[in-house]
Design a protein around this ligand. Structure first.
Ligand code: GLN
Length: 185
């Protein structure tokens, strides 16, 4: 599984993926996407991440990877990167820092559709929510009425940071989307 490692909290994702028994490969340039069975775009700062993606020429290869059916997970700023105003991989429009400036960071219990074992402990840090989405996008969870977890086929996005609460079930959802037999780094 690849973790986009230009900026943000990629190390926490790599640790969690390791705990799940998958190999994590840090991705900083297009050749490092080759042969990946899944990709995580972590949280961080979406403006800085956008510049890094442009600088490294990663936009097209990441779009091609997602279009080929490889599962992709975006968390927080990673959700923003997937939307129609950025990489255009997921038919959503996000609102940045949507929960307001005063409430920069908080934790909540979030019920995630299709995930057993009770609500997820979710950490929100200057988090976005989904402002609009196309018909093909399934809302997996809402908070205060706003979508905070969505999915369209092999692409999943969450507003929060599962990797920071040690919550493995979102990454398990990603791994479950990998066709068996094609698991690699
Ligand atoms: N607010 C950040 C942004 O807009 C995202 C925050 C995060 O990833 N924790 O880029």
């Amino acid at each position: 599984m690849g973790i986009l490692a230009l900026q943000g909290d990629f190390e926490a994702h790599a640790k969690l993926v390791g705990r799940l028994g998958a190999l994590a490969r840090e991705v900083r340039s297009p050749p490092q996407l080759d042969g990946l069975d899944a990709l995580v775009i972590p949280g961080g700062e979406s403006t800085v991440m956008t510049l890094g993606i442009e600088r490294e020429g990663l936009a097209e290869p990441v779009r091609a990877l997602a279009a080929s059916g490889v599962p992709v997970l975006g968390t927080c700023a990673g959700m923003i990167m997937l939307d129609n105003d950025h990489l255009g991989i997921l038919d959503i429009r996000t609102s940045r820092n949507a929960f307001g400036r005063q409430v920069r960071s908080f934790e909540a219990e979030v019920e995630l559709a299709g995930v057993a074992g009770g609500p997820i402990r979710a950490i929100f840090i200057r988090a976005p929510w989904v402002q609009e989405h196309g018909e093909g996008v399934e809302v997996l969870a809402r908070l205060d009425g706003h979508p905070v977890a969505v999915r369209a086929g092999n692409v999943i996005a969450v507003s929060f940071h599962p990797e920071l609460s040690g919550e493995a079930r979102v990454h398990e959802l990603l791994l479950a989307a990998v066709p068996s037999g094609s698991r690699s780094a």
